[in-house]
Design a protein around this ligand. Structure first.
Ligand SMILES: O=P(O)(O)OC[C@H]1O[C@](O)(CO)[C@@H](O)[C@@H]1O
Length: 527
């Protein structure tokens, strides 16, 4: 299926994207999709009608629509783990029945949401000053990213997020908390993750060491109610979810509790509503006008067809600072797979390396490479039409100007003639030529821009769900399982085995020479 697309790509190799605008000034209208006031503009890419048609055919042949319906219907599309994939049920606010093995899961989902809201209200009305969410991966990145994103709506207690097993993380956090007015949320789907269990125990010991009771100070968010109970958290403080919610898709349910406590149940519901509206768009919109589908197809054109192996996510929205990190797990843990559903080697690239930083900070760090480096990095800009600080409107105008300038600069570049003009008064002869060469920008570098009115809870829900469905579409086309993560297991197993060798209780004689040398260094410098 990629052959035809590669043929189309080869035929366009020398074509300039800015030339496409010269041919058709209304290109931005034809090569963009809208969802309820949010627009994805993909006109600053090499896509044209023929390429779009070929990409849509790939999506049709992969039966993206039917596969999406299978997901929403609770089919066990996570085949390697025999599980349904139903994070969408967590934001199904209408309560339309969703069946798993013949049982409607919605009463339980909405019941848990109601319990979370009750507890969040209670905590927000209490003297609790600090809430510490202890979790890692999907049990950290989502609520942390969302809480930062919704800072203008944050009117509850302070929220902290501890994830790393490095003692520095919890030590630095606890220094900022008052033991008498701090509560802890232990967020772990499995309730076995070593980092989270270790940090949880340290928090427990910290309360005791500071003369506090641990009663009522811990809340568990987990699929493993039994383990949470064994750990010492009473049932009334455990918020469960089922195995059909993947860790990296879980911020919509109990794992989002810290964010709900921060912004309040009403704004959390608005976030869910935003996700639900993107679900409806995804299910009911033809492929060509479907935002997650087009976002996925543009990405696949750049990665699987053109071979650009990375993608920069560049939010010109400082409160989305953690979005790239969140997307790294969502996209790379989901679609970083080497075999297809039937266990055969993938015949093309898996999902790309996703990275990024908020603009304008990134401009003063790595944009040099994006503009003049030898690798093409497709860029994904995000920007809001307005900020939350009307009195600082001039800041926002500068922010928007920078965002638009970057995508324009990437597209047009600067040719040698123009570069010569820049240095003409300062240099001459060979030196002028040499200096000018350094100021040439190849341009013709693709980018997309997601533009929306303002970053509200509802908008955040739409953006997160957009990316989730994009991952789904890409996974379907690649025919991989986007919902397992076997690739994280080997390292965990080896770390467990290495533990006693690091502490010196076990010999490392069976380890490779490098590992032995590194262990010897640790032993020689441990105290
Ligand atoms: O929520 P848990 O079970 O502690 O897992 C944390 C994270 O660990 C992973 O399993 C990867 O190791 C992620 O998929 C998950 O989000």
């Amino acid at each position: 299926m990629w052959d035809e697309l590669k043929r189309l790509a080869a035929a366009r190799e020398r074509r300039r994207i800015d030339g496409l605008f010269a041919e058709d000034a209304t290109r931005a209208q034809s090569f963009s999709v809208e969802q309820d006031g949010m627009v994805l503009d993909y006109s600053k890419t090499q896509l044209d009608a023929e390429v779009v048609a070929a990409l849509l055919k790939v999506a049709e042949d992969a039966k993206v629509g039917a596969r999406a319906e299978a997901m929403f219907a609770g089919d066990k599309i996570n085949e390697t783990e025999g599980r349904a994939v139903l994070h969408t049920a967590l934001r199904n606010l209408t309560g339309t029945p969703v069946l798993v093995d013949g049982d409607d899961v919605m009463p339980e989902v909405l019941g848990t949401l109601g319990r979370m809201e009750e507890l969040a209200r209670e905590i927000r009305a209490s003297d609790v000053t600090d809430v510490v969410n202890i979790g890692i991966g999907g049990s950290d990145l989502g609520p942390k990213m969302g809480t930062i994103a919704l800072a203008p709506f944050h009117d509850g207690p302070r929220c902290h997020f501890v994830s790393n097993v490095d003692g520095a993380d919890i030590a630095d956090t606890l220094k900022r908390c008052n033991p008498a007015t701090t509560i802890f949320i232990i967020a772990s789907k499995t309730f076995t993750t070593i980092e989270t269990m270790t940090n949880g125990k340290t928090a427990w010991d910290w309360l005791e060491a500071n003369g506090q009771t641990t009663d009522g100070k811990f809340i568990a968010l987990s699929s493993n109610r039994e383990k949470a109970g064994e750990w010492g958290i009473p049932e009334s403080r455990v918020f469960g979810f089922e195995d059909w919610v993947g860790g990296r898709y879980s911020m919509w349910g109990p794992i989002g509790l810290s964010m709900m406590i921060a912004v309040g149940p009403e704004d959390f519901r608005a976030f869910l509503k935003g996700g639900e509206s993107m679900d409806l768009h995804f299910r009911n919109t033809p492929l060509a006008d479907n935002m997650p589908v087009m976002l996925a197809l543009v990405g696949m054109w750049h990665n699987q067809v053109l071979g650009h192996g990375t993608r920069a996510v560049l939010p010109y929205d400082n409160r989305l600072a953690r979005l790239p990190a969140y997307l790294q797990q969502l996209e790379m843990e989901s679609n970083g797979k080497g075999v297809s559903m039937d266990g055969k080697d993938l015949a093309c690239n898996s999902g790309p390396v996703v990275w990024g930083e908020p603009g304008t900070n990134g401009q003063h760090a790595f944009y040099q490479l994006i503009h003049q480096g030898t690798r093409v990095v497709p860029c994904e800009f995000l920007v809001a039409a307005r900020g939350h600080e009307p009195e600082l409107r001039h800041h926002h105008e500068l922010l928007v100007a920078n965002c638009l300038a970057q995508s324009e600069a990437l597209m047009r570049g600067r040719d040698l003639e123009e570069a010569r003009g820049k240095v003409a008064g300062t240099f001459e002869g060979d030196e002028l030529e040499r200096q000018a060469r350094h100021r040439v920008f190849p341009g013709n570098r693709p980018s997309t821009t997601l533009i929306y009115p303002q970053l509200t809870p509802e908008m955040l829900g739409r953006i997160v769900a957009l990316y989730e469905h994009r991952v789904f579409v890409e996974g379907v086309i690649l025919d991989i399982n986007s919902y397992d993560q076997w690739g994280v297991e080997l390292g965990k197993e080896l770390a467990t085995a290495l533990g006693p060798m690091v502490s010196g209780q076990q010999s490392a004689e069976n380890k490779d020479g490098s590992t032995q040398a590194l262990l010897a260094f640790v032993h020689g410098n441990a105290s």
